[in-house]
Design a binder for this molecule. Structure first.
Ligand code: ADP
Ligand code: ADP
Length: 229
């Protein structure tokens, strides 16, 4: 069943058309990678899905609900879509453990003990069990991004959105983040991933959508997209 459907999405910033009518369907358990040149609208599509940006035309539905800028819609989407950004955006004044528990305790109203247990499982999963008392600034970029992934997963999202999750990382830490993402994909997590990592797209994506100038110009399996005709 489709979980996220974009129908003819148009998004303008003043005179600039960032999305010129994008349609894309994501089914449960699928990994879809968005590739294409910088400025072609990939991040904008994720921000629209996450209700960070209102649409000018078209429609997005998530799990049967239309994504709109109403408070209820924003709340649903923020709770059930996990978002991982290029620059981690962790809370610098909180420990790693508290970065991961803050969503569950404040939004989901879990008790601290339950939230801690959930967070510890996820930190172990991303290979950071020994870092729970550290602050983000003491971690490498790759470690911070893995905390950001654990933080998103702590909300038990139905879907994960990744916006160039490895673009701000030192080359030596990119692999550890991609490997966590591959594990999630193998476990059946539904993922929409903006990336320049073609090897990841080739090996992990079920489908690849190629963006250019605010449109999807090609869509298919990695084999179809990456094999020269
Ligand atoms: P990509 O993710 O493919 O690099 P973006 O979605 O970031 O592309 O950007 C698409 C186009 O929209 C670019 O021309 C970009 O400069 C423009 N854009 C993105 N966000 C804004 C914004 N908040 N205000 C104005 N223009 C924006
Ligand atoms: P990305 O492609 O990863 O989104 P950008 O540097 O294009 O990275 O965008 C970073 C932020 O700046 C985003 O929040 C985007 O909305 C905003 N932005 C991008 N292009 C413009 C623009 N031309 N005018 C204003 N804001 C922009």
């Amino acid at each position: 069943a489709p979980i996220l459907v974009f129908e003819n999405v148009v998004k303008r910033y003043g005179a600039l058309t960032a999305l010129a009518g994008v349609s894309l369907t994501l089914h449960r358990g699928e990994v879809v990678c968005l590739i294409g040149p910088s400025g072609s609208g990939k991040s904008t599509l994720l921000r629209c899905a996450n209700a960070l940006d209102p649409l000018d035309q078209g429609r997005i539905s998530f799990d049967g609900h239309e994504v709109r800028s109403s408070e209820a819609s924003v709340r649903l989407v923020r709770q059930r879509m996990g978002m991982v950004f290029q620059n981690f955006e962790l809370f610098p004044h909180l420990t790693v453990l508290r970065n991961v528990t803050i969503g569950p305790t404040t939004v989901l109203k879990l008790g601290q003990a339950e939230a801690d247990a959930r967070a510890r499982k996820l930190l172990a999963k991303v290979g950071l069990a020994d870092k729970e008392t550290s602050h983000p600034s003491a971690l490498s970029g790759g470690q911070q991004q893995r905390v950001a992934i654990a933080r998103a997963l702590a909300m038990e999202p139905a879907l994960m959105l990744f916006d160039e999750p490895t673009s701000a990382l030192d080359p030596e830490t990119i692999g550890e983040v991609l490997s966590v993402m591959k594990t999630l994909a193998d476990e059946g997590m539904t993922m929409l991933v903006v990336t320049h990592e073609m090897d990841f797209a080739r090996r992990v994506a079920n489908r690849v959508a190629v963006f250019d100038k605010g449109r999807v110009i090609e869509e298919g399996t990695p084999q179809e997209i990456f094999t020269a005709p």
